[in-house]
Design a protein around this ligand. Structure first.
Ligand SMILES: Cc1ncc(COP(=O)(O)O)c(C=O)c1O
Length: 395
């Protein structure tokens, strides 16, 4: 018996080794502080939970969801987009709720990719973009996103033959893992590029609301003609601390939304209805919780940046996202540095190369750990000493 090549040919899941190292430490009774995953530590706001509890008690919501999604939810998403970005969406044809953005991000590859097709994906980037392409028989073409170009892909450097062959492009701003942001000028260029080469665009924006210092992110759909070429993925996970409830959406081009709906209707039976009601409450209810969460993350961001800079590690304060993208000290690879931090001081960060080889030279630190753990983790970081003597941590 053989498992399909689709699975066997996948690159190894890099997180396994880090998880093993954490488990080894914990088995010895040592405390490990992790800046690894971008999973909000703050609970879902009470008004959203109230709606969820209430909806969970209603037997109508114990059965299969009525259709793929409640019309009221699609309407709430369309209204949120109008209010937040001044983007008008037809809630019947241009809005599709998802079981978390990740689910739609994976399945959209099935809408575009036939075996042998190419997709343009950012590197470093969220691993689901290339994995879904590989698993549907396509080949990712990695667009470097590097500091010298503000972590935006250089569209002009994509070879003509690749651009001509590519079926679609992934973008993600505010970005995971680099925390970079994009402006409307860039998205306008992307739309022109997509029209020139006849390819679709998927923009993934789960961090659009996690912003600092008064920065407001833009939507890809605000770009001229964006809706003719693409869709935007969004999520309630990070904005409303709802990672555990699994709800997100794809919005924009009706043809793409329709194709994704067709794929999904053959795979899942919708989002549990009580969670759909909670999402309606999140999107239409009071929004002050979003700023309150951002204030917490911003304070943590400043603590992390101060500590890193104090010990001589280069990192810029991000304008958005839940991450700090920090340079590893000279003389270390990302993996060596991350593993040494676990070994020496029991602090977990993610090596940049876990997001693709162009993540070399960086580690990603998440801001989603409680203040006390964060402060303890930073104090431990300051105790890290360079066993290779290639880099001097300052006191
Ligand atoms: C860039 C990016 N897209 C999508 C997701 C998944 O979001 P969701 O929880 O809605 O599946 C994540 C989660 O970390 C992410 O970082």
């Amino acid at each position: 018996m053989n498992i399909a090549r689709r699975i066997e040919n996948l690159p190894p899941y890099p997180f396994v080794e880090i998880i093993n190292k954490i488990n080894e430490k914990r088995a010895k009774g040592e405390e490990v502080i992790t800046f690894a995953v971008g999973d909000p530590d703050i609970p879902t706001p009470p008004h959203i939970l109230e709606r969820l509890f209430e909806a969970a008690k209603d037997p109508a919501n114990h059965r299969y969801p009525e259709a793929a999604s409640l019309p009221e939810l699609r309407q709430a998403i369309a209204e949120w987009y109008k209010k937040r970005f001044d983007v008008s969406l037809d809630s019947d044809t241009e809005v599709l709720p998802l079981i978390g953005a990740k689910e739609g991000i994976f399945h959209i590859a099935m809408c575009f990719i036939d075996p042998g097709d190419i997709a343009l994906v950012p590197e470093p980037g969220y691993p689901v973009y290339p994995m879904s392409v590989i698993m549907t028989g396509g080949t990712p073409y990695y667009m470097p996103i590097i500091r010298e170009n503000k972590f935006l892909p250089d569209l002009d450097s994509i070879p003509e033959d690749i651009a001509n062959k590519a079926k679609f492009m992934w973008l993600n701003y505010p970005n995971n893992p680099t925390a970079a942001v994009a402006d409307l000028d860039f998205f306008n260029k992307v739309v022109k590029f997509a029209k020139k080469y006849n390819l679709y665009v998927c923009h993934d924006a789960p961090y659009s609301e996690i912003t600092y210092d008064g920065y407001r992110s833009v939507s890809f759909l605000q770009a001229d003609g964006a809706r003719e070429v693409g869709v935007e993925f969004h999520s309630l996970s990070k904005t409303y601390n709802m990672t555990g409830w699994r709800i997100g959406m794809a919005v924009g081009n009706a043809e793409i939304v329709g194709a994704l709906n067709t794929v999904k209707s053959n795979i899942d039976s919708g989002i549990p209805q009580a969670i759909q009601y909670a999402a309606i409450e999140a999107l239409t209810g009071p929004q002050d919780c979003v700023q309150q969460h951002n204030d917490i993350y911003q304070r943590r961001r400043d603590l992390v940046i101060d500590m890193l800079n104090n010990i001589g590690i280069e990192a810029e304060p991000p304008k958005a996202s839940l991450y700090v993208w920090a340079k590893v000290p000279a003389g270390y690879t990302s993996v060596e540095f991350a593993y040494d931090l676990i070994e020496q001081v029991g602090v977990v960060v993610i090596p940049g190369t876990f997001f693709g080889k162009r993540g070399e030279g960086y580690v990603r630190m998440s801001l989603t750990l409680p203040d006390a753990a964060l402060v303890k983790g930073l104090s431990r970081l300051s105790e890290w000493r360079d066993p290779k003597n290639k880099f001097r941590a300052k006191k």
